[in-house]
Design a protein. Structure first.
Length: 382
């Protein structure tokens, strides 16, 4: 990071940072620093935006009878209807489904349909976070990077999901330069960007032998730095949730809330099976530094009380929240004290945002939650 001043601007990783201005041009991009202070930056190199970057909308990939949700389809579709309502109330909503007319009938009574568009195509499942396009921004416009999704390390079928991004671009539903990255396995839930050149991820996931096993950690980091034009990669070596089949996606454990703030799952019960690993994760987070060399402001989210499906503990987490333009949607689990505490923490992290709880007990039955089923797209794409 270079601190050399250029008039009233600072150069950081190929972008020029200045004071807040109005009427930003297409070459400028809003970044929030510290406690959500907004400034404008002029991009001089491709940028991997943070989730809190100005958005054009959100993607949902709708559950249907041909997915693993078949046994509880009514229950999970009811959850998706609530999600669709809250998203379309605030932003554009892209619904990917092989059954657009059926979905329209489900949502028309409660969802702001003027903000909804559809892409008709076949899908394996509903995890838009992991099969959706990853966006890079630069002065000439957005690029939509299409990485390979292999069912979290060859655990589940993903052939149809891997076609979604290409079909969306070809149909003009997603606007941007399509970039084929299908030679590399990468899920959107496996990394976090601070929008300033720092990527946060877990070694458990990205070093999984069933993803990019032909590459070692140095090679994977070099690839990520090159593709995303990063300053650095922060690797979390600890932390997991029982029942998680993603190999410890970062969006279940620790999340950037601004360039200097990380919200993370804290386990305070020494008898809980997660205590040791999450405590080690917490201690490692304390060693991380911002690009300016300061410790991160760490905000602990409560641990969800045990939720089980039969004898299996499910990976319920409050870290699986979605940041929108003016709101944060977060998962709740009918645990009033924990749900309320999580909302307080997120309000501290996002003081200028509306914090909206969504009951995600249906989603967790298939080992995911709110962030997992959504993918945000920056301005200019939807």
């Amino acid at each position: 990071m270079c601190n050399a001043l250029e008039g009233e601007k600072i150069r950081i990783m190929g972008i020029i940072v200045g004071l807040p201005i109005g009427g930003a041009t297409e070459k400028e991009y809003q970044v929030r620093f510290g406690k959500n202070m907004a400034v404008q930056v002029e991009m001089r190199a491709p940028l991997l935006p943070a989730e809190w970057a100005a958005q054009s909308g959100i993607q949902l990939t709708w559950p249907h009878a041909g997915t693993d949700w078949a046994y509880m389809l009514d229950e999970v579709q009811a959850c998706f209807v609530v999600l669709a309502r809250e998203i379309a109330l605030r932003e554009k909503l892209l619904i990917v489904t092989p059954e657009p007319e059926e979905v329209k009938q489900q949502i028309a009574a409660t969802v702001h349909m003027d903000n909804v568009c559809f892409l008709k195509c076949e899908t394996n499942d509903t995890w838009a976070r992991d099969h959706g396009a990853i966006t890079l921004l630069d002065a000439v416009g957005p690029s939509l990077l299409d990485f390979k999704f292999n069912g979290w390390g060859l655990k589940y079928a993903s052939d149809k999901d891997n076609q979604i991004t290409r079909q969306a671009v070809e149909a003009g539903v997603l606007k941007g330069n399509y970039v084929n990255c299908l030679n590399f396995v990468l899920e959107g839930g496996s990394f976090e960007s601070d929008g300033m050149g720092t990527l946060l991820t877990t070694s458990e996931c990205l070093l999984s032998p069933n993803r990019n096993g032909q590459m070692n950690q140095v090679e994977i980091e070099d690839y990520l730095r090159s593709v995303f034009h990063l300053e650095r990669v922060l690797w979390l070596d600890h932390g997991y949730l029982a029942g998680d089949d993603t190999d410890s996606h970062i969006d279940t454990l620790a999340r950037f809330c601004s360039s200097d703030t990380i919200a993370y799952v804290q386990c305070s019960d020494v008898k809980d099976e997660h205590y040791e690993e999450l405590h080690k994760m917490e201690e490692q987070l304390k060693t991380f530094r911002t690009l300016s060399g300061e410790p991160y402001r760490l905000l602990p989210l409560p641990m969800v009380d045990k939720i089980e499906k039969g004898a299996e503990r499910l990976p319920a987490t409050y870290a699986n929240f979605l940041i929108m333009n003016d709101a944060v949607l977060y998962p709740t689990y009918a645990q009033p004290e924990n749900d309320a505490r999580a909302k307080e923490v997120l309000k501290e992290a996002f003081p200028d945002y509306e914090i909206v709880g969504i009951d995600c007990r249906a989603l967790i039955k298939q080992h995911g939650s709110l962030h997992c089923v959504t993918m945000q797209y920056p301005v200019g794409i939807l």
